[in-house]
Design a protein around this ligand. Structure first.
Ligand code: PLP
Length: 459
């Protein structure tokens, strides 16, 4: 790529370090600079338009031009740009937002605010430890998550995550974090194993791990209802009921990481409802404010609050919090987003337009390099394979999914390759017409990927 010495691209390379990016490659190729957004579309600095079928990073649920959020943010900045929640201080937007979240979260009692999904999961880990300390069981601190999970990249949230590049060079996971098999029947099911047997094996594996570690040492369990970054992995039928029985038996606190699934993405308000998961805590971020401003929340049940009250009697203040937790402007953006979801009934759109999306994507099952199409509501994954029959993936060095993502982008469609899975998470306001554009354009990208991979193999 040729670029002017003082262009934005050159300065980006000169001054920024990008997340989940190969620095050497970035210095060679430079950034794609997005300058403007409208509805489900974004525009780059050369004026090219793209349909963003990823909602940024699964987050811009109301699209890029929601006026009600913009107005709420402006009004709040004019009124009170900042005040914190430390030491008995409060602000009105955080109170209103907490009330709304509890109204929308059956069985939950209180909310702790932070700024990101990683922070929310870090807070949830600390709350689990705080809870067991409060109950006088300080040994019950180990936390179980699943392979291929993504819960963030902090020290604790990155330890919950189980993806090679989040762990390898950072000496993660730290002690106390354990991982069980990813419940992906297509990849992890044994030859001849039924889905019901697979679920039983997953529940048995979890129970055996808890018994081997000692139930008195296992305090918490984290799961995304539908795994996102791990490749949009749908839990098999009956999975959450089966593992929840094990977790309840050994008094393990459960957390539903709703950072992607929350606020309607799966066609129900919380992803947990869609998959039959009954958590003690919910973590959420992203769509909480449609990503217009950074905010996240941990929503906890009364039994956690009870323990916290008792601990306050013993030790005094709850020694946790962030300067920007409950930031009034971010809370105003979130409140406007939640109101807008209700006004537009976006959960219903995720269910209905989502059903159309899943039906159209299922047409791609006949494509020679499509192994599995999976998803729910407005989230979906299409796993690429070199050989449909054996499920053999393309060699990682081929970079087929990355190429597919590039070919889609050249056609004006943003998707994201996660491992060998192409992922989709369009805004919750997406229309059936836009779904047609997504699927039709994606099929063209798949065709080009096949031709490209064949040419590469023949070379
Ligand atoms: N949890 C899930 C399920 C996520 O998908 C993500 C981010 O993609 C996170 C947590 C971390 O959120 P953040 O990047 O805001 O720290």
């Amino acid at each position: 790529m040729t670029m002017l010495a003082n262009s934005a691209a050159a300065r980006d390379i000169r001054y920024q370090i990008h997340s989940q990016t190969n620095i050497r490659q970035h210095e060679k190729d430079g950034p794609l600079i997005i300058t403007r957004g409208e509805g489900a579309y974004i525009y780059d600095d050369s004026g090219n338009r793209y349909l963003d079928a990823m909602s940024g990073l699964w987050c811009v649920s109301l699209g890029y031009s929601d006026t009600s959020i913009k107005e709420a943010v402006k009004a709040q900045i004019d009124e009170l740009p900042y005040f914190h929640l430390f030491a008995h201080r409060s602000n009105n937007p955080s109170i209103d937002l907490a009330e709304k979240l509890i109204q929308n979260s059956p069985g939950m009692s209180r909310v702790v605010f932070q700024c990101s999904g990683s922070e929310a999961n870090d807070t949830a880990v600390k709350l689990i430890w705080y809870y067991w300390n409060a109950l006088g069981r300080p040994e019950k601190k180990k936390i179980i998550a699943r392979k291929r999970a993504y819960h963030g990249t902090g020290i604790a949230s990155g330890s919950l995550t189980f993806l090679p590049n989040i762990h390898r060079e950072f000496d993660l996971p730290i002690d106390r974090f354990l991982h069980v098999t990813c419940p992906h029947y297509y990849r992890e099911g044994l030859p001849g194993e039924s889905e019901a047997d697979f679920v039983r094996r997953m529940a048995d594996e979890l129970e055996q791990l808890i018994l081997a570690e000692g139930p008195e040492t296992v305090g918490g369990f984290f799961a995304e209802p539908v795994m996102g970054t791990g490749g949009v992995v749908m839990p098999p039928e009956g999975y959450f009921e089966a593992i929840q029985a094990v977790l309840d038996k050994y008094e393990v606190l459960t957390v539903s990481d709703e950072v992607i699934c929350g606020f309607g993405r799966t066609g129900t308000y919380w992803g947990a409802e869609a998959v039959g998961y009954k958590p003690d805590m919910i973590t959420c971020a992203k769509a909480l404010s449609s990503a217009y401003l950074p905010i996240s929340a941990v929503i906890v049940s009364e039994k956690i609050v009870d323990a916290m009250r008792e601990q306050s009697d013993k030790v005094g203040v709850f020694g946790h919090g962030y300067t920007y937790g409950g930031h009034p402007v971010c809370a105003a953006a979130a409140l406007a987003s939640l109101n807008r979801y209700e006004e537009l009934d976006t959960t219903r759109n995720a269910r209905e337009t989502g059903a159309y999306f899943q039906k159209r994507l299922a047409e791609l099952k006949d494509h020679p390099i499509v192994g599995e199409v999976r998803g729910i509501g407005l989230m979906a994954g299409v796993e690429l394979v070199r050989d449909k029959k054996t499920k053999a993936p393309f060699d990682a060095s081929v970079g087929a999914a990355a190429a597919c993502s590039r070919f889609a982008l050249e056609r004006g469609l943003v998707t994201r390759n996660l491992g060998e899975t192409m992922s989709f998470s369009p805004p919750l306001i997406v229309t059936t017409k836009e779904i047609d554009i997504i699927v039709d354009t994606f099929r063209e990208a798949l065709d080009q990927t096949l031709a490209w991979a064949n040419a590469k193999a023949a070379a």
